[in-house]
Design a protein around this ligand. Structure first.
Ligand SMILES: O=P(O)(O)OC[C@H]1O[C@H](OP(=O)(O)O)[C@H](O)[C@@H]1O
Length: 317
């Protein structure tokens, strides 16, 4: 671990790694606050040393989880104005950018929620996968519009984030039915919308989200059930415009079963990919704070937002 990185920043990195802090938007918020802390606690007196510390902190945070693009997008946003010539100005730049970023994130989610809510009708039943604050913002806004919404919630093995979704929907007053993941096709008959979040959206409109999303989308398409992806523009992956692919995180097998059970069943190879890719033809709409988009046209928004290319401020830490 780089000694220049403040203990609080290391703690946040550790919590992202172990998924105590999880969910693409929540991770983005946490890393922006972490950079703010690094800036505030820095004892550097030389601007170049200060910049080096911030880059080192960004690298530590960047290396925690590879798939959710909100993480590098947040780091870029907070570190974009690092050209001042005094430490005090640099510190203020980072603090202001982090505050602005967190405020924008909150606003974007609220605006996105309104757009998503307009797609939901009174009496609709949704099916969810994993736990997405962007997706739940749509349901919350629909409920606030006075619509009655019900939910069928997939538990989302291996980490059961569906439990968080069930709890939060219950708190909104939404009646919830919890199902095991493999029951999804059976219950799609009773569903008006599949509503999921995203960890990254690629330039061709592919959606990278929790493992199991693509199978759910294929089944939903087969049943004629619309698939809505709630993803604020922070989830758009600029690298995919220039041909990069999104790295899919492989997580520890212990999330699936313990060593004793593994030995009992003859030590098979166990694979635990955290995400999968849903091709654009299985997605009806990507709902953002800038309105809803057919997946194939999301690249237009990406060009507008990232047209001048992106930097990797953590690269030379
Ligand atoms: O940003 P919000 O909408 O909250 O979450 C987006 C996505 O992040 C989660 O990943 P994980 O649980 O961190 O692996 C899920 O895949 C979820 O759909």
């Amino acid at each position: 671990m780089d000694e220049r990185v403040r203990p609080e920043v290391r703690r946040i990195a550790e919590e992202i790694d172990t998924m105590e802090i999880r969910g693409a938007a929540t991770i983005a918020d946490a890393v922006a606050r972490a950079l703010r802390t690094q800036a505030q606690e820095s004892e550097a007196t030389d601007p170049e040393v200060f910049r080096g510390e911030l880059r080192a902190a960004a690298r530590t945070l960047y290396e925690t989880r590879p798939t959710a693009v909100s993480l590098p997008n947040a780091l870029r946003y907070v570190l974009r104005g690092m050209s001042s010539t005094t430490v005090e100005r640099l510190r203020q730049n980072v603090v202001d950018s982090a505050d602005e970023f967190c405020a924008r994130l909150e606003r974007a989610q609220a605006d996105l929620g309104q757009v998503g809510a307009n797609r939901l009708r009174d009496g609709d039943v949704i099916m969810t996968h994993c736990h997405s604050t962007d997706a739940l913002a749509c349901v919350e806004a629909a409920v606030e519009q006075g619509k009655h919404i019900e939910a069928i919630v997939k538990e989302t093995r291996p980490r059961n984030q569906g439990h968080i979704t069930a709890k939060q929907l219950h708190e909104m007053g939404v009646p919830v039915t919890l199902i095991v993941d493999s029951a999804a096709r059976r219950y799609l008959n009773d569903v008006d919308h599949v509503l999921v979040g995203a960890d990254a959206v690629a330039a061709d409109g592919s959606v990278i989200n929790k493992i199991g999303t693509s199978g759910l989308a294929v089944n939903a398409r087969d049943r004629g059930t619309p698939i809505m992806v709630a993803a604020q523009t922070l989830k758009l992956h600029p690298g995919t415009m220039t041909g990069h692919t999104v790295d899919i995180e492989m997580r520890d097998t212990e999330e699936i079963l313990d060593d004793e059970t593994l030995a009992e069943i003859g030590n098979p190879t166990v694979k635990n990919p955290a995400f999968d890719v849903t091709p654009p033809r299985y997605v009806d709409a990507i709902v953002t704070e800038r309105g809803q988009f057919p997946p194939e046209s999301i690249v237009i928004l990406m060009r507008e937002l990232f047209g001048e290319g992106t930097t990797e401020p953590w690269a030379d830490a």
